[in-house]
Design a protein around this ligand. Sequence first.
Ligand code: PLP
Length: 421
Amino acid sequence: MTQSETAKPGTAKPGTAKPSETQAKPAEIIHAPPFSQALMQELLSAYGSPLYVYQGDRLCQTLDHITRSVDYPHTQFHFASVTNGNVALLQIIRQKGWGLHANTPGDVFLGLQAGFLPTQIVYSGSNLSREDLEQLIRWDIHRFNLDSLSQLRLFGDCSVARSPTPALGLRLNAPELTGESRIGIRPAEFEEACAIAQQYGLTLTGLHFYRGTGTNATAAFTQVIDQVIAIAQRLPHWQMLDFGGGFGYPYRSGAAFDWPEFGAAMRQKLAALSRPIELVIEPGRAVIAGCGVLLAQVVAVKWQGDRQIVGVDTTVANLSVPAVHGGYRAITTWVSGSSRHPTDICGNTTYSRDYLGRGCELPMLKVGDVVAILDSGAYGYAMSSHFLHRPRPAEVLVAANDHRLIREREDYSILLNGQKF
Ligand SMILES: Cc1ncc(COP(=O)(O)O)c(C=O)c1O
């Protein structure tokens, strides 16, 4: 799960790679709207505002780019649906030949609805209860990465009567590679882990590495491949390397993660091994961020000196990442105008952190104008909540010159869901 986009994920070797470049807000440049004004108007009149819009063609292009770039022959691609659990989008990803990466039983539930087979799902968990594990085993999940010795014992108890047993890997905790993290097992514990596995008739065949989310510095990944492989080789039955997610997205600024460079490094290192090792990668943000936009309508404008304070009809509860966890999303508009003004885009609540963007450079806006919060496909709807008690927006998919509703707008009745009074 994402801790924070501002939190420094694991650090690469000191003095080599830079930490995530998604952290700092870049110098403001004016971004082109994601699609035509005519389409924006058509979408808002058909589905209302605010509105999450996903561009299916762009999603497919990104999937193709990553698939082409990582061309080591034994690679399996799994989309990390922690970032976006919309079933219609998951179906597109499945149709492109990718599998699913699940962090929670809910991820699996949604993945199965999207038609992924249990054999196409990799589960990397933490702190699963017996009920969770029993449910996952009933769903026939094919591969697990576990993150503590006690989870390994519990898994042994739950899967003891299961045949064949699912493939099993350890989540790595090595502060010099993964950063200080609560997740994972230290290499010093591997021997004990293997002994526990053996007790239950299980074999540890996988090593799972996760560097932390949102890292654009390609070298932060490529420079540690050798070290991760050396650690994996300490598992006597090692067959699979899961190199995680965490690959950055440039959010329309700064250096982008270089997929061809990463793919070439991975191929070179793995092809040099004496036997074929399966590679799993499970990007989330890098796949889905760029195809999503949150459209919002201006409902109020005021000026504080030369700063434009623009109120819109959405809130950080719909896009909590920038305001609550840090990070940056470019905001643009279809309104033209040669003058630009420092602009804060504020949500429609009194929450003091209800900013969708601060210090944006935008033309003078008026009530009824529309802004687009770009690159909202990852950790957008998935992290939205009813905090502030506003029902959530609808989600729409635009593909092949057509559009359709893929999640209904909520109404106030949702706020009573399950309440007894
Ligand atoms: C194990 C694991 N894999 C993949 C991801 C997806 O990360 P990202 O969106 O940074 O690619 C996460 C996110 O929390 C994760 O915990």
